[in-house]
Write a protein that binds this ligand. Structure first.
Ligand code: ADP
Ligand code: MG
Length: 212
């Protein structure tokens, strides 16, 4: 499976979801490749912290690929890995389009904020265009950084449910400090000790809802 975590907004949690998914899939027992397709290189930074924290035992392979190279290189690598997770930047770039064209599943995190939700039309247009060349592409939306207590979550969920051509994952991930804390050490949230049981449970439920 090739997954692209995308969107056209910064800060929605694309890198956080990508790196947690890469570690989670590796823990299920597969060979995982994490592709950093964002010039900001946050996924690459995560892997460097991880190398340091775990003495090199990252349990996935990481590469940085952008632009036209991404498509040809990932296609070549796809037979060597069980899962490939591509972390794309928060803009409609050549890299993100290249990633979507070769993906089986695209994942779009949304924060429960109107500024974020307003980008959905652009994401819909992007997916429609990509499906002319990759008709099988699945597109999944879900809420990340949900407010622990808020009506906004429910409103955003209602809106996300209605988007034609997209699958809504009802398992949302709340705004929890553990994500930033784990990320800074190059760890997935479920690897953190002491554990944040709620954060681990939420991310686990989300990932179980993603096709494997
Ligand atoms: N569920 C969450 N709870 C708390 N903080 C989060 C969560 N998801 C992401 N973050 C934080 O939000 C910031 C942006 O996340 P990031 O994954 O870098 O977004 P993007 O890659 O979409 O720009 C980071 O500081 C990250 O630690
Ligand atoms: Mg990012």
């Amino acid at each position: 499976m090739i997954y692209t975590v995308g969107g056209i907004k910064g800060g929605t949690g694309k890198t956080t979801i990508s790196v947690n998914l890469a570690v989670w899939l590796a823990k299920q027992g597969g060979d995982v490749l994490l592709v950093d397709a964002d010039e900001q290189e946050s996924a690459t930074d995560f892997t460097s912290f991880r190398e340091h924290t775990l003495n090199g035992e990252t349990n996935y392979t990481a590469v940085k690929l952008t632009g036209d190279q991404l498509r040809s290189q990932v296609t070549k690598l796809s037979s060597k890995y069980d899962h490939i997770v591509i972390d794309s930047g928060g803009r409609d770039t050549i890299s993100q389009r290249a990633a979507l064209v070769i993906s089986d599943v695209s994942l779009f995190p949304f924060r429960p904020r109107s500024f974020d939700f307003w980008t959905i039309t652009k994401v819909q247009n992007l997916i429609s265009e990509i499906r002319t060349v990759n008709p099988e592409l699945r597109a999944m939306v879900f809420i990340n950084q949900a407010d622990i207590r808020s009506e906004d979550n429910r409103e955003t969920a209602e809106q996300l449910k209605e988007i034609e051509g997209f699958e809504f994952i009802p398992d949302m991930v709340c705004n929890r400090k553990a994500f930033a804390l784990a990320g800074g050490q190059g760890l997935a949230v479920f690897e953190l000790s002491p554990q944040d049981a709620k954060a681990s449970k939420e991310i686990n439920a989300l990932f179980k809802a993603i096709p494997q």
